[in-house]
Design a protein around this ligand. Structure first.
Ligand SMILES: Nc1ncnc2c1ncn2[C@@H]1O[C@H](COP(=O)(O)OP(=O)(O)OP(=O)(O)O)[C@@H](O)[C@H]1O
Length: 252
């Protein structure tokens, strides 16, 4: 499998504070890749750097073959349309209906007719498990789980290859978390997506991912499968999980 994202020797500094130093990772095409680590370890910052929302001090980031440091404006525009992003808050516009929220990137970036946009939006509403009747509702009329699904439908509306999720299940009840996790796996399989997510939820990670990366002390201290993690002899990893990680995988 080829790498869809490569980060090499990343260094990020805010004022005097070094957040990343010598951080490297590889994300393969088609995988679900989770980034975990203690609060303040720089997970969201890393995601923002991959999304060109923030620049590191040094090191390189390649996404879908583009070197983000030397990328031209036009290429950057193209790249932004090849990924979808769901941030923690889902960030829906309160004055727009669910359908209008999902349609927004199509209205902004394409010349498609209203009828075509309508058709695409209806399709995205159904693939994330919302009902067509929900389309006319405003964000204040949606449950937390519905908001996440609406945010996901909007992230998928341009048919991206790559999906970024920042704490996608935060604030959801355990049943909605399970449902959302299953949805992510199903979408990865049916839409042939690669998924990068920041998560705090160990159970969610166990149910969903192919590769786990753990950031600590400014770099990646583990990158690999969950099976190998249980054999890993790192103090940090046992402290971080603070539980018998062998048990978690079998928990239903
Ligand atoms: N724009 C900024 N200016 C200054 N410091 C920042 C900025 N963004 C992040 N930081 C600092 O960088 C560090 C990493 O923050 P980040 O949000 O990436 O951590 P995180 O691992 O995602 O944390 P959490 O799990 O709590 O969300 C923190 O110390 C934070 O205060």
């Amino acid at each position: 499998m080829s790498n869809i994202i490569e980060v090499r020797d990343l260094r990020t500094v805010f004022d005097e504070r070094v957040v990343h130093d010598g951080l490297s990772l590889n994300i393969k095409k088609g995988e679900i890749y989770a980034i975990m680590g203690p609060s303040g370890a720089g997970k969201t910052t890393l995601l923002r750097e991959m999304l060109m929302l923030q620049e590191p001090q040094s090191g390189s980031i390649r996404v879908l073959g583009y070197d983000l440091k030397n990328i031209q404006y036009k290429e950057a525009q193209k790249l932004r349309q090849m990924w979808g992003v769901l941030f923690q808050s889902a960030a829906l516009f309160s004055s727009l209906t669910l359908k209008e929220n999902i349609a927004l990137p199509l209205v902004e970036y394409t010349d498609l007719s209203d009828a075509m946009i309508d058709e695409i939006v209806d399709f995205k509403i159904s693939i994330v498990g919302l009902k067509q009747g929900d389309g006319a509702l405003y964000p204040s009329q949606l449950s937390g789980g519905m908001k996440k699904k609406a945010g996901l439908a909007r992230a998928l509306v341009m048919d991206p290859e790559l999906l970024f999720l920042d704490e996608p299940t935060s604030g959801l009840d355990p049943i909605s978390v399970k449902e959302f996790d299953a949805l992510i796996v199903k979408l990865r399989d049916t839409l042939k997506l690669s998924v990068v997510m920041v998560s705090h939820d160990l159970q969610s990670v166990y149910d969903t991912i192919d590769t786990l990366a753990i950031i600590d002390d400014k770099k990646i201290v583990y990158e690999g499968s969950l099976e190998n993690l249980s054999g890993s002899n790192s103090d940090f990893i046992s402290r971080f999980f603070n539980m018998d990680i062998n048990k978690v995988g079998f928990h239903e």
